[in-house]
Design a binder for this molecule. Structure first.
Ligand code: 13P
Length: 249
């Protein structure tokens, strides 16, 4: 059966000393849920975070990676570099990467392939903008994003893929998709997977919700049958809030 996952995306927050203090706070939290827990610090703090959380059950993951193995790509980080410091999972396709760094479906397909070829699990993000939802086009947008970046894969690849539905209008805005809106979209995503890969694959893939998840709304969102966890931004920067969300399962 698919896993419950709560992942904290720290984005471009926390220098080394702030990271050390958040890691120390995380280590003293108590987990009462059976969710897999992950945190994604910025690249410069990945090694430190992985060392600090080695004895815990919190996995340290990356926020992004490049598709090439190595070479003249100034400022980029490869899959093998992540592997060499013990990072085995990366977020890809976050809407901030799509918006500010012009990452498109074609590029993301290459990144997904590079990650899987290096045994790196992918948390693949996608989601519609406000205008798409207002015009009732959200399912088309989401379907396109998933199909274009992932549907060239064999069914067996989906054991290493986690999907994260992040409606852009709910990211960092304090506005959350209602639990019903999240459930409807997650059910649509699962149906889209099932249509191409079959029900068994569709039911085995974890689909996370991201967008202003907080301790106050996590339980209701996670109670929906097709919501298998969350990708948490702002609320993951405080250990207490993050674990309140983890324990909402
Ligand atoms: P917020 O939780 O701050 O809305 O961010 C969500 C997100 O982008 C997680 O990747």
């Amino acid at each position: 059966m698919r896993k419950n996952i709560v992942a904290g995306n720290w984005k471009m927050n926390n220098d080394l000393s702030q990271t050390e203090s958040l890691l120390a706070d995380l280590k003293v939290q108590t987990q009462t849920s059976n969710a897999e827990v992950m945190v994604a610090p910025t690249f410069t703090n990945l090694y430190q975070a992985n060392e600090a959380l080695k004895a815990s059950n919190i996995e340290v993951i990356a926020q992004n990676m490049h598709f090439a193995e190595k070479g003249a790509y100034t400022g980029e980080i490869s899959a093998s570099m992540l592997k060499s410091i013990g990072v085995n999972t990366t977020i890809l396709g976050h809407s901030e990467r799509r918006e500010y760094f012009k990452e498109n479906d074609e590029l993301l397909a290459k990144k997904v392939d590079a990650a899987l070829a290096n045994d790196i699990r992918v948390i693949f993000c996608f989601g519609e903008e406000l205008a798409d939802r207002k015009s009732g086009n959200e399912e088309n947008i989401v379907e396109g994003q998933i199909k274009n970046a992932l549907f060239h894969l064999e069914a067996s690849a989906f054991k290493d893929i986690v999907l994260a539905y992040e409606p852009v209008w709910a990211i960092g805005t304090g506005e959350t998709a209602s639990p019903e809106q999240a459930q409807d979209m997650h059910a649509f995503i699962r149906k889209t997977l099932a249509n191409t890969y079959g029900v068994e694959v569709a039911n085995s893939v974890s689909i996370l919700y991201g967008g202003s998840v907080k301790p106050a709304n996590a339980q209701e969102i996670f109670s929906k049958p097709d919501v298998d966890g969350g990708l948490i931004g702002g609320a993951s920067l405080k250990a207490e809030d993050f674990f309140a969300i983890v324990n909402a399962f």
